[in-house]
Design a protein. Structure first.
Length: 219
């Protein structure tokens, strides 16, 4: 049983005893100025027995011990409540610390993911810069001969009309021979202005992004 329950039981018993003998005792003291006849012999015998068998110094020592014991019980009871409150506070702080440690772990994981993403983006950016550097010569102003530029314009014209630019269709609009036409196509493909394609209807040529950009800039 807890100390609080023991103290409560003792107090309740004491109050019950006082309620039982208090009214007759008070009535006798008020009316007759002495203890009731049934109680006086018992109290007198009780005191005589303990005074004869127990020295007065021992009684004083017992009273001091009882007083110190009562004070000790009170202090322990008070401190136990304080300790319980402190234990609850420590438990709450421990839970909060655990929660914050978990949040720190999650933040560290997220930070590692962000660093990995940043590293990947940096690598991708480097690769794109390298690709741009490789593609940039195709967009630079290069000098094309009149025949080569006319070949580029002919392929662009067929693209506008949604017609495949074959060697035959190109020759039909340009007054040049096959050898000269092939030479012009070789120059354009070397500059990456033309791309070669093939199908059931034969070989054809089409503009690359660099070829379209150059043609639109110089037409």
């Amino acid at each position: 049983m807890k100390s609080k329950g023991i103290w409560g039981l003792a107090i309740a018993g004491t109050l019950g005893l006082l309620a039982l003998i208090g009214p007759p005792l008070a009535d006798s003291l008020v009316k007759e100025g002495k203890l009731p006849d049934w109680l006086a012999p018992k109290v007198d015998g009780f005191l005589r027995f303990f005074l004869l068998t127990t020295p007065w110094a021992l009684w004083e020592l017992m009273l001091i011990v009882l007083f110190i014991g009562g004070v000790a019980i009170f202090v322990v009871h008070r401190d136990s409540r304080t300790i319980a409150l402190q234990a609850n506070r420590i438990s709450s702080l421990s839970s909060e610390l655990k929660h914050r440690i978990q949040r720190c772990a999650l933040l560290e994981t997220a930070n590692a993911d962000l660093e990995a993403s940043a590293s990947n983006l940096k690598e991708s950016n480097t690769a794109l810069e390298q690709q741009l550097s490789a593609l940039s010569p195709a967009y630079k102003d290069v000098e094309l001969s009149a025949v080569v530029f006319d070949m580029l314009a002919a392929v662009a014209m067929f693209a506008d009309k949604d017609i495949r630019a074959t060697l035959l269709t190109i020759s039909s609009v340009m007054a040049i021979g096959n050898v000269e036409a092939h030479a012009a196509i070789d120059v354009l493909m070397e500059r990456k202005f033309l791309a070669r394609g093939g199908g059931v209807r034969g070989e054809y040529f089409q503009l690359t992004p660099a070829g379209r950009a150059y043609y639109l800039k110089h037409k």
